[in-house]
Design a protein around this ligand. Structure first.
Ligand code: SF4
Ligand code: SF4
Length: 190
């Protein structure tokens, strides 16, 4: 098995994409000198495939698709510890957020369970004005090909009133939908 990565010069397409990511994130990846303070403080770094420092390194090396395909960008909890700790002022949290949006735009979520969860959660909030747990779990399980995941917890949670079969709807649903539409419009105008 090939154990080394052969770097090729950045294609024009990747350079344009990288410039776009930096602009949207409002930060520069070239400021990073790989000290690792961001990774050391990240509360969820242990669960990532690439630590925050490594995600920046992928981008520095022009491996943009690898960064967009990383599970890490979906595991990031947007706590901003990394950005606060970085001695070079790299806004890693913003970069993670931008990478998530770009991956969504490009449909690079494949079997990423956190990304599927993210989308199902937002769809519930958009439609009902608040989260709809049963729908969220069902959508997540079906899309991640694990239909019976946590099924044994369903009935006990329903019987205790923790999960409801039908969605609860809030009064201001239309306003919530407008917030989503406005956010999408703002994104399209960027
Ligand atoms: S803390 Fe800043 S400089 Fe250090 S590795 Fe992370 S991004 Fe790079
Ligand atoms: S913002 Fe994300 S990457 Fe940064 S420390 Fe928090 S969880 Fe880790």
């Amino acid at each position: 098995m090939e154990s080394t990565i052969k770097l090729t010069p950045l294609t024009e397409h990747d350079q344009v994409l990288l410039d776009k990511i930096e602009k949207e994130a409002g930060t520069s990846i070239n400021l990073c000198y790989q000290c690792g303070k961001c990774s050391a403080g990240c509360p969820v770094g242990f669960a990532m495939d690439y630590t925050p420092r490594q995600v920046i390194r992928l981008l520095q090396l022009g491996l943009v698709n690898e960064a967009l395909s990383a599970e890490s960008i979906w595991i990031c909890a947007s706590c901003e510890t990394c950005s606060a700790r970085c001695p070079r002022g790299v806004d890693i949290a913003s970069l993670m957020d931008t990478l998530r949006r770009e991956a969504l735009d490009r449909g690079i979520i494949n079997d990423k369970k956190v990304a599927v969860f993210n989308q199902a959660f937002l769809a519930g909030v958009r439609n009902f004005g608040r989260t709809y747990e049963a729908g969220l779990l069902l959508t997540h399980n079906l899309k991640t090909m694990q239909p019976f995941k946590d099924a044994e917890l369903g009935l006990p949670m329903m019987s205790r009133g923790k999960v409801h079969l039908f969605p609860a709807k809030i009064k201001g649903r239309e306003q919530v939908k407008k917030i989503f539409e406005r956010a999408e419009k703002m994104r399209g105008e960027q």
